[in-house]
Design a protein around this ligand. Sequence first.
Ligand code: DP6
Length: 363
Amino acid sequence: MIEQDFKFKGVCKNVEKGSVAWSSPSNIALVKYWGKKENQIPANPSISFTLNHCKTTTTLTFAKRHTSNDFSFEIFLDGALEENFKPKIESFFKRIENYLPFLKDYHFKIETSNSFPHSSGIASSASGMSALALCLMSMEKDLSDGLKMTDDYFNMKASFLARLGSGSACRSIEGDVIVWGTHSEIKGSSNLFGIKYPNEIHDNFKDYQDTILLVDKGEKQVSSTVGHDLMHNHPFAQERFKQADVNLSKLKAILKAGDLKGFIEIVESEALTLHAMMMTSLPYFILMKPNTLEIINKIWKFRAEMDLPICFTLDAGANVHVLYPKKNAKIILEFIQNELVAYCQNQHYICDQVGFGACKIKE
Ligand code: DP6
C-alpha cells in the first residue's frame, strides 16, 4: 500500500447527519518509537502490546453545513467542553483532509471519555486519536456510494489516519501485538500504518499483564512531540535508530522461542534507552522521578531473588509499566501491592493486560 491508496475514491452520498461511536485502547511499546521524519514517518520501526482496559470511547456526531471553508467542530471530555484539545484536533483535521475530503462539509460534535483518570499521566493520545480515526472511517463508509470497503482496508486506513494524529495511535486499532515501521524481516510492515505482527508468538507472550504504576499524575514538562523533534541533530540518533531495528529482529526470535529472559533484556533496555535519548538531547530533560528509579531497583531485586519473569517498561513519563505473564500474576501482584504501590501517587495503579483492539459501539 502506498499513500495514494488512502485517498477517498468514492462518490459522497448525500447524508445529512449521523452518529458513530468507537472505543479504542492504549498500547505499550516494547521497541520504542522515538524520532520521526516529516508527515509522521517514524525514524525506526516499533512494536507494541495493545492494552485492554485503558481506553478512550468517542462518539462522533456529524451534521451537514452550508458553508464549508473551514473546519467546524466542538469537543467534549466527560461531558464538558474542552477547548484545550482544539488545536490538536484542528491540526489532525488539516493533516487528514486530503484523505477525507468531506471533512469541511460537516459540523462535528466529538464526545470523548477515558476509562483511566484524566490526570493519571497516562497518555490518552494513542487511544484518543485512534478512536477518532475509527469514527471518521465509519463515517467514510456511510458516505461512500457504490464502493465496498473490506475490513482490512478499513483498519489499515484507520491506522493510517490515526498515525497522522499521533504516531503511536496507529498501533491501537488492532491487537494483540502490532508493528509500525518498515522492517526488512517483517512482511507487510509499513511506515504508513500499523500491522498485526505476522509471525509466530509463543504462548508465553499471549496473556501478558501490564500493571501501570502511577508515579506522577502531573502534566509532563516536555511533550512527546517536542521530544521526537529533539532527535533531529541528536548525537546518538543514527545509532539509536539502527539499534531499534536490530532489537526488533532479536525480538522476532525471542517471541517465537518464548524466551522470557531475552524478552526482559530487550524491553528494559529499550525503556532505558528511550530515557537516555531524552537525557542526552539538547536541551536535555528527565521525565523519570525518584520513585521511578526506586521501583526499577525493587523489580530488579525481586526478580533476582525470586527468579520470576517480571520486568518494566516506561513510556514518555514517570509511570512504570510492570510486565509479566498471567501465570505468575498472583505472586507478582502481591509483590506490587506490598512493595511498589507505596511509590505511586496516592497509591494509585491500574491493572491491565494485552487486548485485541478497538470495538465499534454504535452505527
Ligand atoms: C515514548 O505517539 O505520543 O510512547 O507522534 O508526536 O504524537 P506523536 O508522539 P507519540 O510518541 C510516543 C512515544 C513513546 C514510545 C512509543 O509509544 O513507541
